[in-house]
Design a binder for this molecule. Structure first.
Ligand code: ADP
Length: 471
């Protein structure tokens, strides 16, 4: 497909065409007026020459009739002056020849007129008169030729003027039509689509047509509209996920409560205790879920508040392991902590939340007796906390996806309850500290999650308004 022309380059092309036309029209006008000027000068010279030749003829007649030698001399002087003036007006070689001839004939006649008049003098007079006649005719002819040239130039100028005007009108009309069809129509179309989108029609998209700039604008609008639509879908899915996940523990609670009926005696104590134990378990689960939802809402709103202080990371890990206080579970967890202190500037509660989440996942997604290890390491700049299990593991394609909200993957998702928000919150907390979380895993062999944190975290602006405060 050929690349669509841009509005800018099309307008530049039209301007260049108009400029080219203007240069051609101006040059043609300059040439025409120059020729017209020269033709007018020739016509004026021819007219003057006709007048001078006619006056010379009159002089010739007067000279023939004059008897007084003084008068004759004066007339001869006039004759020569007129012929000299006519010479200054010659424009063609033919005129030079005719003028030379007239000069010679007039000279011959004047020389023979010194003698008493005879037949030869009369003949020379006639010849001189005829030569001047020829001069008159030639100049009359030249004058009418000049007039014909002027008329032709006039016609040519008219044709040129009309042609240039028509061309300009055609170009202006073409430009207007092009702008209406190719530029304004897409702009109005885009404006209409934006208006409809603003009114709530989320499915409308702009047609990508017209010059390159407008296609680009439409494409950007479509991308933005698609992103907004996807965001909306994600919000709806989020709400659906929240409702769905809250419903599960709620149904268990409903079933448990249904055991105690108004019209019947209470069940035996051991059954009651079991039911209350189940209720407690579901309350803990709901509490955890609501905590995750609230954290997620805070993270999305950019309101995750970090209270940064320097702690020994070993204490944080020990505190977390202490939480898993049932003897059986604790015996599964092995801590590999360095002997020297591991100073880490962080929000202790949030980092404990991260480690708790990873350890509880390791417990949830591995067989009851398989071991879990928590390791702690450090270098000059970073502290690394690792949580290893020998559980179900995560398939290669799912390793990145487990950090997405509501994402539960593989066989592990059926083995234990959960909302799929824990790792999403974990990653955001770690990133808010300026760190990162990685996972290595193989299905059936277990997983290792590693959290890398800068020793002197300042918190980051990655979450938009995520705030870090130092106490
Ligand atoms: P939840 O545990 O509530 O489902 P998480 O965000 O903590 O949500 O975990 C997302 C998913 O990642 C889990 O549903 C599980 O499929 C997988 N997962 C997390 N940790 C492990 C682990 N240690 N071993 C195997 N799978 C895991």
């Amino acid at each position: 497909m050929t690349k669509p022309a841009s509005l800018r380059s099309s307008l530049v092309r039209v301007m260049l065409l108009l400029g080219f036309l203007a240069v051609i029209a101006t040059s043609a006008l300059i040439v025409l007026t120059t020729i017209l000027h020269r033709t007018t000068l020739n016509a004026a010279a021819a007219t003057d020459s006709v007048r001078l030749a006619a006056e010379a003829q009159v002089d010739l007649l007067l000279h023939e009739r004059a008897t007084d030698p003084l008068v004759r001399r004066e007339i001869e002087g006039d004759l020569r002056r007129r012929l000299a003036a006519a010479r200054s007006l010659v424009t063609t070689d033919a005129e030079v020849m005719v003028l030379d001839r007239s000069d010679a004939r007039v000279g011959d006649y004047v020389a023979s007129a010194e003698e008493p008049h005879d037949a030869r003098t009369a003949q020379l007079h006639q010849q001189a008169y005829a030569a001047l006649d020829e001069l008159v005719s030639l100049n009359v002819e030249q004058a009418s030729e000049a007039r014909a040239v002027a008329t032709r130039l006039d016609d040519l100028a008219n044709v040129l003027g009309v042609a240039v005007s028509l061309l300009l009108v055609a170009i202006a009309g073409g430009l207007a039509l092009w702008l209406r069809g190719r530029a304004f129509a897409p702009i109005f179309g885009l404006a209409e689509v934006m208006r409809r989108f603003g009114r709530g029609e989320r499915d409308v998209r702009a047609e990508e047509r017209g010059p390159a700039e407008l296609r680009e604008m439409s494409a950007r609008f479509n991308e933005m509209a698609a992103a907004i639509a996807a965001q909306r879908q994600a919000q709806i899915a989020f709400l659906g996920g929240v409702a769905h996940d809250l419903r599960n523990p709620l149904s268990v609670l409903q079933l448990a409560v249904a055991l105690i009926r108004d019209d019947q005696p209470l069940p035996p104590e051991d059954k009651l205790r079991k039911t209350i134990g189940r209720i407690r378990g579901q309350i803990v689960r709901m509490d955890r879920m609501i905590g995750d939802f609230l954290d997620m809402a805070k993270i999305e709103a950019g309101e995750l508040d970090l209270r940064l202080q320097v702690h020994d990371a070993r204490d944080l890990v020990r505190d977390v392991v202490g939480l898993f206080d049932s003897g059986a579970t604790t015996s599964r967890i092995e801590m590999r902590l360095p002997d020297e202190a591991v100073p880490l500037r962080c929000d202790a509660l949030r980092i404990e939340q991260v480690v708790t989440n990873l350890v509880s996942n390791a417990i949830k997604y591995s067989p009851p007796d398989s071991p879990i290890a928590i390791t702690l390491g450090q270098d000059e700049e970073q502290v690394v906390i690792g949580v290893e299990d020998r559980g179900f593991g995560i398939g290669e394609g799912d390793r990145e996806r487990v950090f997405e909200p509501f994402r539960r993957v593989g066989a592990s998702k059926d083995s234990a309850p959960g909302a799929g928000l824990g790792l999403f919150v974990v990653r955001r907390i770690v990133e808010a500290h300026g760190g990162r979380i990685d996972v290595q895993s193989a299905p059936g062999r277990g997983s290792t999650f590693e959290v890398w944190l800068p020793r002197t975290s300042k918190g980051t602006a990655r979450q938009g308004a995520t705030r870090a405060s130092a106490d």
